[in-house]
Design a protein around this ligand. Structure first.
Ligand SMILES: [Zn+2]
Length: 357
């Protein structure tokens, strides 16, 4: 790769990237949520309609507030049409931000009662993922995610379902409040998923520190950690993660919203990449955090990442994805083209402006 001038600022929207940490309901456009709620005469809590990103303390109370808003948003997703619309719009929004690969996490449990069960719920998701890929050009993979708040046997049921659909389903995750549930109890579910060739992509190292990251690493053998940022607190653990090639799905806006760090720019992205960690920036739940994928790259730029380093972050996200080889090769070539192309120097008032819609 050629070295761009240090003052070079290229259009981050045009930088090909992969989006590996995005939740189904959390990906919704605020306008779509509002429209669907109105159609159903559902009153949404103000926290979902005020256009302000969520800001809570990193306590159980803070998480409860986040979860309550999330549940309120999920309550409008009560039909096949609603499910399809969410996936289509997530792919469209990713396309608009330069993402060429989306790996979307869904826990089909909440939607199953509306569409006749877990299997139809997942099949709708997979069918629409394929249709959205054709329509938008964004390659779409699905991660089936279990919840820490439910019984580990439920996780096994989901893992078996995910395993039966390996292909378009590319991974198995574990989400919700990291402080809840016994991580080791989910190991059998992850074994089922990994035996079927699925990637292990549990959350960990967000609300809890190195001890829990260590537990996730030894019990669930992750290919990537959802967040994982707090492994930075233990240099030996970080080194182990780097050596084992475990990717970190770093979501600065999410960490700031949930109070893990005071500001998005306080997220230790630089320390992680300096240590050699493979990072993929993600938006997590843009509906609640008011910040989409592009803004995470803009945050990295504010942190001082040069265009060369931003291109390396994008390339890292692509390599960490489970995209088909031809997609990976095409996107990586696009990153090189981006970096060898001309730098833009937009007026200062436009620099760092975000993709608000
Ligand atoms: Zn997440």
């Amino acid at each position: 790769m050629t070295n761009p001038p240090p003052e070079g600022r290229r259009d981050l929207r045009a930088l090909p990237k992969a989006h590996l940490h995005l939740h189904f309901t959390g990906s919704m456009r605020p306008r779509t949520l509002l429209e669907m709620a109105q159609q159903r005469r559902i009153r949404l809590p103000r926290g979902l309609t005020d256009g302000v990103g969520l800001q809570v303390e990193p306590t159980q109370r803070g998480w409860f507030r986040f979860q309550r808003l999330y549940d309120a948003a999920r309550a409008v997703v009560d039909s096949e049409a609603a499910m399809r619309r969410i996936i289509r719009e997530a792919a469209e929004d990713d396309a608009a931000e330069g993402s060429g690969r989306l790996e979307l996490q869904v826990d089909p449990t909440s939607y199953a009662p509306h569409v006749g069960g877990l299997t139809p719920a997942l099949e709708i998701v997979l069918d629409e993922a394929e249709a959205s890929e054709r329509a938008t050009g964004v390659s779409v993979g699905i991660i089936v995610a279990a919840s820490r708040t439910r019984h580990p046997l439920d996780a096994r049921t989901l893992a078996r379902l995910a395993a039966r659909h390996a292909g378009r389903v590319i991974g198995f995750g574990l989400s919700n409040d990291e402080r809840r549930g016994d991580t080791t109890a989910f190991a059998p579910a992850f074994r089922i998923a990994q035996n079927a060739g699925l990637a292990s992509v549990p959350h960990g190292g967000e609300l809890l520190g190195p001890d829990h990251v260590h537990n996730v690493v030894t019990s669930l053998h992750p290919d990537r950690l959802g967040h994982g940022v707090r492994c930075v607190e233990d240099p030996r653990l970080l080194e182990q993660i780097v050596d084992s090639g475990i990717g970190l799905e770093v979501c600065p806006a999410s960490n700031a919203s949930l109070g893990v760090y005071a500001e998005a720019t306080d997220v230790p992205l630089r320390a992680l990449t300096d240590a050699g960690a493979a990072v993929a920036l993600g938006a997590d739940d843009p509906l609640l955090f008011g910040s989409r994928l592009l803004e995470q790259y803009e945050t990295a730029r504010i942190m001082g990442f040069s265009d060369t380093e931003l291109a390396a972050l994008a390339a890292s996200s692509i390599r960490l994805s489970r995209a088909p080889e031809d997609v990976t090769a095409r996107l990586l070539a696009g990153v090189e083209d981006w970096l060898s192309g001309p730098a833009l120097l937009p007026p200062p008032e436009e620099q760092g402006r975000t993709a608000q819609r």
